[in-house]
Design a protein around this ligand. Structure first.
Ligand SMILES: [Zn+2]
Length: 248
């Protein structure tokens, strides 16, 4: 599937539906222009592109473990209108990310370094982004009315099209706001606990991330940490959230 087709899909979604829905993950009414079916089609197109650009592991033990933990956590998600799918990228950095539509990617380093509880917390954080529809909302904002309309009327150049698709990838891999990250961490505690994993494992995973950052030296960019609130603040927020379990 080429980039033009993906852009066309995005435009179709933006000009067709328009509805305010209650989102249990954020506990707010939200304007979602991209409905679930369209979100899944978009995620699928992006997933195909990722799978052709990165080395996806076929290791049966890793994939079995990722799926087992991932599906258990996904069953506790506020969002059950999607089929969550999990992929291992062969990469030595501790990182994970989610595409629209429930396509979740974890680097092999996480599978090597993390316990099942830590893996569950990382996945719960990414599932939190999906449940809160963070990438969909960022996409709606990033593309904006003007770009969408110029693309819709065929007035944009090939350069505009490829710029737009890059925006989409940047949004899902780097572009969440700090507020979105705080919510994903809160949801991570909730989903990990509900699916019978230890939410405290998020803290030990953050410590592993800190160690890897320090080992690799200054300027080394761990996506799971960058653009996020400072890691010590995240650890404090998670401790607070864990202390509230059962009291809300
Ligand atoms: Zn995040």
């Amino acid at each position: 599937m080429n980039k033009k087709y993906i852009i066309l899909l995005i435009i179709m979604f933006l000009v067709t539906g328009c509805a305010t829905i209650y989102n249990p993950a954020t506990q707010r009414n939200e304007l979602i222009l991209i409905d679930t079916g369209s979100e899944v089609s978009l995620g699928k197109a992006m997933s195909k592109q990722i799978n052709s650009e990165y080395k996806i592991s076929k290791d049966p033990a890793w994939n079995e473990r990722l799926n087992r933990v991932g599906q258990q956590v996904a069953a506790s998600s506020d969002r059950q209108d999607l089929k969550y799918q999990f992929f291992v990228i062969e990469d030595n950095d501790l990182n994970a990310f989610a595409l629209p539509g429930g396509f979740i990617y974890v680097n092999s380093a996480v599978l090597k370094e993390a316990s099942d509880d830590e893996l569950a917390c990382v996945l719960a954080h990414e599932i939190g982004h999906v449940a809160a529809r963070h990438s969909v909302k960022r996409l709606q904002l990033a593309l904006g009315y003007q770009i969408v309309m110029s693309l819709a009327f065929g007035k944009s150049s090939a350069v505009d099209l490829s710029r737009a698709i890059n925006v989409v990838f940047n949004v899902v891999s780097l572009g969440y706001s700090r507020e979105d990250e705080r919510l994903a961490d809160r949801l991570a505690v909730k989903y990990a606990y509900k699916s019978r994993y230890r939410p405290e494992a998020m803290i030990s995973f953050f410590n592993k991330l800190k160690d890897q950052s320090q080992e690799k030296g200054q300027g080394y960019n761990l996506v799971f940490l960058s653009s996020h609130p400072p890691v010590d603040e995240r650890i404090n927020n998670i401790k607070k959230e864990i202390s509230l379990i059962g009291k809300q």
